[in-house]
Design a protein around this ligand. Structure first.
Ligand SMILES: Nc1ncnc2c1ncn2[C@@H]1O[C@H](COP(=O)(O)OP(=O)(O)O[C@H]2O[C@H](CO)[C@@H](O)[C@H](O)[C@H]2O)[C@@H](O)[C@H]1O
Length: 477
């Protein structure tokens, strides 16, 4: 099949979170099984590995309403997959991807509306006979609508079907119709405009041929009032066309036996390296180097989604135990300030790195005993899969993809690979952490056993890609 995979971020090029991981791993898996897959993504100022990009379209003109965009398309390869970079400096040659720091760019509506059109435009210009356009999150939510309204007669797109993956339904991209110059003239239906606003994710949900949530539990949650980010009616209306497909874990990047970022490699057969990683993590975090003190790690965007609302109030309670805590993340300045204050107060127990660092995220994953992921909601979650592979037992809330990948020790000892709590509140989380710590100290042998099982859990991208392939096949037939 000919698949156009459109994403606002791609691992190795530009990344703010888990969308990037998926936008690299899934196309690479499609390529491995013989599909012709092409990624389309913006060329940002911050994009890496694009020095040798080759120009494949120069000064092409895209007409949108009264506007004419003149832009270029460049090309690089990522593990054999062709990546088209939409080069339009006015929108993408900026300090950040979605924002300069904390405030979203106020023309994001325009930026990603243009990007979505450009993806269709370049398929036509490059004569890519498209079977499936795979859209990801709100940034590409307008593609199904544009295809349906303006491009369906195009010879290279006549048979194209659209799939929208929802990686994070909380981000919807809502913009006033007058703030996007050509949107009002795009033939948009009045029921798609709410008090003057267009919701890009909702547009995707309404017009895509199929909708995929990134885990089976999230697919269910999106159809409830509580878990749908206020879009329950729209998801329920498409329930026949909606499925959950769990993300995979890219073991070529996240394998303790081969990981180049960690100071000592290890595997189920030889765990010595893990103790070395722990010592190194403690050292780099300016914490006492002591293999017996349980160490909790955390890597994430600092947002309410990740459960900070009920984690922050009990961090000090956790630190009253004989424990160490290392966290890396960037995000909401208010939450960052609170976390920083706690870390200043407990310097010999809690280390917070306010940064985005791939190497330190690998070291935390390898060197910790437990991985903290108490999310309020979690469409799939990748870090719990990474930590399982490294024998770092996840402490998670039973929600979304966390529910589908982590099995609680008390609830199901025969299959357990971590610790799970239910209600999103501080008390339940604290109890869960206490159970984990008790288990670490009192049941050493079982701990080792569960750790081995965790390391043997497998979430292969190939399996997820096969589920997507079956879905595409249904559409194409
Ligand atoms: N400070 C930092 N330094 C280094 N690396 C950092 C970092 N902060 C985050 N990361 C990395 O960013 C990625 C985060 O992935 P997640 O899937 O856990 O969350 P995210 O909420 O961004 O993704 C959304 O999309 C994905 C993909 O579908 C879903 O799994 C998820 O549930 C959904 O919320 C991981 O690779 C993580 O290591």
């Amino acid at each position: 099949m000919n698949i156009l995979f459109v994403s606002s971020e791609v691992e190795d090029l530009a990344k703010t979170g888990g969308l990037a991981d998926v936008a690299k791993a899934l196309p690479v898996s499609f390529k491995k099984v013989g599909h012709d897959v092409r990624i389309v993504t913006p060329l940002y100022r911050v994009s890496a590995n694009v020095e040798n990009a080759r120009t494949v379209l120069q000064d092409v003109e895209l007409h949108a309403g009264d506007l004419t965009y003149t832009y270029n398309v460049k090309q690089v390869e990522l593990h054999g997959v062709i990546v088209y970079l939409v080069d339009y400096p006015t929108y993408f040659d900026r300090k950040g991807i979605y924002s300069d720091g904390y405030e979203a760019y106020d023309d994001n509506g325009e930026r990603y509306a243009f990007f979505s059109m450009a993806a269709l435009h370049l398929a036509q210009l490059l004569e890519f006979n498209t079977d499936v356009i795979h859209c990801n999150d709100w940034h590409t939510g307008l593609i199904p609508f544009y295809l349906h309204k303006h491009w369906s007669n195009n010879p290279f797109l006549t048979n194209a079907k659209t799939v929208l993956s929802v990686h994070n339904g909380a981000f919807q991209g809502q913009f006033h119709i007058d703030s996007v110059p050509f949107l009002a003239k795009s033939g948009i239906n009045h029921e798609d405009v709410n008090h003057g606003y267009v919701n890009y994710l909702k547009m995707g949900v309404r017009y895509a041929s199929k909708i995929v949530a990134v885990s089976p539990s999230y697919a269910q949650e999106l159809q409830t009032d509580l878990g749908s980010h206020h879009m329950g009616d729209y998801f329920r209306a498409r329930s026949q066309d909606m499925v959950g497909i769990i993300n995979g874990c890219d073991y070529s990047q996240w394998d303790p036996e081969t990981d180049p970022f960690i100071p000592s490699n290890y595997s189920v057969e030889n765990m010595n390296g893990k103790a070395f990683c722990k010592a190194s993590l403690q050292q780099m975090s300016h914490l006492p180097v002591d293999g017996d003190i349980p160490l909790i790690g955390m890597v994430c965007r600092i947002t309410d989604q990740k459960g900070f609302g009920y984690l922050i109030p009990i961090i000090e309670n956790i630190l009253h135990h004989n424990v160490q805590f290392v966290m890396i993340g960037t995000g909401d300045p208010h939450l960052v300030g609170q976390i920083q204050a706690i870390s200043d107060k407990y310097r010999n127990k809690f280390y917070f790195m306010h940064d985005f660092s791939l190497s330190f995220s690998h070291l935390i994953t390898a060197g910790s005993d437990f991985f903290m992921m108490p999310s309020l909601f979690e469409p799939c979650g990748l870090n719990q899969m990474y930590s399982l592979a490294y024998g770092t037992l996840p402490i998670v809330r039973a929600v979304g993809g966390l529910k589908d990948t982590v099995i609680d020790l008390e609830a199901d000892p025969a299959n357990a690979n971590g610790f799970v709590f239910n209600r999103p509140d501080s008390e339940e989380l604290l109890n869960c952490v206490r159970k984990a710590l008790l288990f670490y100290h009192e049941y050493k042998q079982t701990f080792e056993f569960i750790r081995t099982r965790a390391m043997q859990s497998r979430f292969n991208w190939h399996d997820s890609a096969m589920e997507y392939e079956a879905l595409y096949q249904k559409l194409v037939n």
